[in-house]
Design a protein around this ligand. Sequence first.
Ligand code: F0G
Length: 457
Amino acid sequence: MAFRTIIEPFRIQSVAPLRMTAPEQRRSAIEAAGYNLFGLHSDDVMIDLLTDSGTGAMSRDQWAAIQHGDESYAGSPSFEIFRDAVQGLFPFKHVIPTHQGRAAEKIIFTVLGGKGRTIPSNTHFDTTRANIEYTGAEAVDLVIAEGRDPANLHPFKGNMDVAALDAFLDRNAGRVPVVFVTITNNSGGGQPVSLANLRATHAVCRKHGVPLFLAACRFAENAWFIREREPGQHDRAVADIVRDMAALADGMTMSAKKDPMGNIGGWLALNDDALAEQCRNLLILTEGFPTYGGLAGRDLEALAQGLKEVVDHDYLRYRIRSTAYLGEALARSGIPVVQPIGGHAVYLDARALLPQIAPLQYPGQALAVALYEVGGVRGCEIGTVMFGRHPDGSEQPAALDLVRLAIPRRTYTQSHIDYVIEVCQEVAAAAGTLRGYRIVAEPRQLRHFTARFAPLA
Ligand code: F0G
């Protein structure tokens, strides 16, 4: 390429205001929220990196597709447009729309889960795990060892440990209704899974007669990493790599709030007729008729258009590069981040940055609050606050204490990100002065959403 600068492959056609706030305002806002970033009013946030889920900008052509939506209860042509777009990339026989990813999870695990069953994955996302466990089944993570080491530079840290999966399926014969692979591996740092690893996982599943499903929210980012990093893939179209991934699976769940560029949506897709019928029957109980499944016709059309845009190489080059731009700048400043930089987010290692704060005093929370107070940047603690409380009531440190800075799609410019880099540098320079937190109130489950904290003296 002739120039070093990779530009945003779009221009801005519609803007939303970003309210400037001062540190005093932010200190009182976060205090009022009990030092929980989920409790903030989003008007009080300047750069919102809480999640990349449903927070991206839709394109002009997606908004035009919204106008084209047909809101018929049954048999809407918008469903056909949606189904054809999904099958163009994921040629599964049955495509079942849902209002978001976890609704698809709820349906498939209601059918396949239950007491005595066990469901392995590279790493289950937390809603996936919760939906499995809710049925009484067990959720097991079998990512490769490199995937658990934040500093390891393996190019496909989301890969399944195929030998461990093979042994697991031997040990648990008859108890495993499905194997899942999450692409990219969100809980493991947004790390990709290689095509070779998917092929090997597919072969082990076939050997044991167990179906393989993809949890495919960030499929296009995963395919771009395959194109960039996997031998023999460099000259291929991302859409073809996606179809290769789909061909190795028997079905998928999707949160269309990520790579399909929607503000809402999801789907379940699969080949097995009898299983699809069971799923559609459950869909009608909670989501709606199978040609709209919890979405409006206009949403289905916006997603169909988003699926065309997300496999564009200029978009993906910009997307993956701009996430790496943030991560590499932080790493160069000496701020510890999970390596290599993932597709949708940069993960700061709060435990390494704040060694004076014990895990049970929540270093991730302390870092996330400081980023907000100093610069109005909202990230998300992924550590002991999120995972430390166990069903038996005990509390233990999580494996890692991270803060995720997730990048909404097509939403922030490079100067927004340069600002985030400065804020992180400022916080890191004063890292030694940060103190931990204690929890003053927490609910019985999923405490990170609503717990209230107080700073330690
Ligand atoms: N699977 C993965 C890998 C996810 O990252 C998510 C959501 C879901 C399933 C659930 O989808 O939100 O549409 O119901 N992840 C968001 C996040 C919430 O911030 O990472 P959903």
